[in-house]
Write a protein that binds this ligand. Sequence first.
Ligand SMILES: [Zn+2]
Length: 226
Amino acid sequence: MDRWSFWDFLFPPHCVSCARDGEWWCADCRSKVEKVRALVCPRCLKQGAHECRPVFPFASVMALGYYHDPFLRAVITNLKFNGTRVVMRDIEKFILSRKSELDEWRLPHDTVLVPVPLSEPRHRSRGFNQAELIAQAFQKSLWPEVKIQPVLAKVKNPDPQSSLGDDVILRQKNIQDCFQVIDDVPSHIILVDDVITTGATTAEAARLLLAHGAQEVRVLALALGA
Ligand SMILES: [Zn+2]
């Protein structure tokens, strides 16, 4: 019996996406998450053939699906806004099912996962940082040898980025100087977040880490887009 069984008995799981009984995010819904169609350009976040106007300092960017995908959106919004932490075990299964995509991403041996932080008031009111839980899920499912290190703190609490639409300039201004380095900065970093929308938040974090000695910053998210 695993550690969830007692709670499963009291609160029988039902899928956050299709409401079917049995799991908090069922195998059927997990398998329906559309894969990211092409490599994401680390310089401008566009996909496929495009004219690149580089704005971002990332070495590479990887996401397991799109935020407009109803199957993936259901699990992320339930985690974030309803505090449904029990979905994490099914997110781990989802990540494991995408192992082959992530295996292509050869990690330097000293790679460290750095979750994008929440501000202290937000962290307190939510009770957890979803980026931290997602980093733990990647570690548990795929990379047990990779360390998680919370190198950054969010020291200001700007307007929610989602309130600014998809204007990357506004979002960049809003998030400027919101992060602070609170620990030694590793050389090879994977910044982990739940969703990458315009990239403004992650880019601000990456810029700070690179300015403090990181050699390479990659970005990993469950979902891409708005
Ligand atoms: Zn389902």
